[in-house]
Ligand binder design. Structure first.
Ligand code: NAP
Length: 274
């Protein structure tokens, strides 16, 4: 990697960040494409965000990714928030333009990359989205932008679900209790899991049963570690097309680098660094 007096610093802020594969992806790309930049992960607590952003501004960093739990609270520290980030009030990418810090959201592009790269259909389809957290919010916007006929959002906590759906008034979206999924499963064309059920301490669990799904339904799990969750294993055994969240992760990274460098970055330029 070329490091000299003109090398630009990029990074990830969040907590925890040590497990992130973003440094591997972005440094791999920059090395291969002769971009003089270095990408590092910074574990930051909420109280340190203002000082960190101010320092990054002074040090003229090229760009930052923002991950949990700072995607919302970083917004007041920025000069401008654009596009999907403004709509969702959630920033996962910051670009420095002169002395200004601009917030973007590339998670929605990540979801679209995942869907496109697996040849899945969303337009006019009935989609079941499980969860109403940060990933679900991005997924919901992406699914609506792709022309979903209806998105049924299933989650446990009504208040959180209502708060999320409040942003999508007038859109073809319904909020439902997760426990009622079985009553709807036969009408679903695409099932998207945006809960952590299937990873970490919940690795042996599945958020819903796939038994009632139509044979043509596809199943997406935004989890990518493990590569195949119990949900995907069970769906695959029943013959459903399945996809994990890896291409979302790579898709949002590709889109972030495209924003920082102001160039088109092909997905394939990143896939080799997984
Ligand atoms: P989050 O903001 O904490 O939201 C989690 C959602 O899952 C909430 O709606 C929560 O329900 C629900 N949930 C949690 N535990 C549950 C359980 N035991 N049973 C049923 N529902 C449960 O998390 P997030 O950031 O959206 O992440 C969600 C998932 O997406 C994680 O698995 C994460 O790894 C994945 N993800 C993947 C990517 C990628 O690039 N592929 C990016 C971001 C996230 P309540 O509303 O009731 O609390």
């Amino acid at each position: 990697m070329r490091i000299d007096g003109r090398t630009t610093l990029y990074g990830l802020i969040g907590s925890p960040v040590a497990h992130s594969i973003s440094p591997q992806l972005h440094n791999g790309y920059m090395k291969t494409h002769d971009v003089s930049g270095v990408y590092l992960a910074f574990d930051l607590q909420a109280e340190d965000l203002p000082a960190a952003l101010s320092g990054f501004r002074t040090l003229q960093i090229g760009g930052l990714n923002v991950t949990s739990p700072h995607k919302e609270r970083v917004i007041p520290l920025l000069d401008e928030v654009r596009g999907d980030a403004a709509r969702l009030e959630s920033v996962n990418t910051i670009k420095r333009e002169g002395n200004r810090l601009i917030g973007f959201n590339t998670d929605t592009l990540g979801i679209k990359t995942l869907i496109a790269s697996h040849g899945l259909s969303v337009e006019n389809r009935t989609v079941a989205l499980l969860g109403s957290g940060g990933a679900a919010k991005s997924a919901l916007l992406a699914l609506l932008q792709l022309g979903a006929g209806e998105v049924r959002v299933f989650s446990r906590t009504r208040e959180k679900r209502d708060a999320m759906l409040g942003r999508f008034a007038g859109e073809p979206v319904r909020g439902l209790d997760l426990a009622t999924f079985g009553e709807h499963s036969g009408e679903i064309d695409l099932l998207v899991n945006a809960t952590p059920v299937g990873m970490g301490t919940l690795v042996d669990r599945t958020p819903v049963s796939v038994e009632g799904l139509k044979s043509t339904a596809a199943v997406v799990d935004l989890i990518y570690h493990p590569e195949r969750t119990r949900l995907l294993i069970e769906a695959s055994e029943r013959g459903h097309v399945v996809a994990n969240g890896l291409h979302m992760l790579v898709g949002q990274a590709v889109a972030a680098m495209g924003i920082w460098l102001d160039r088109e970055v092909p997905l394939t330029d990143y896939l080799e660094f997984l």
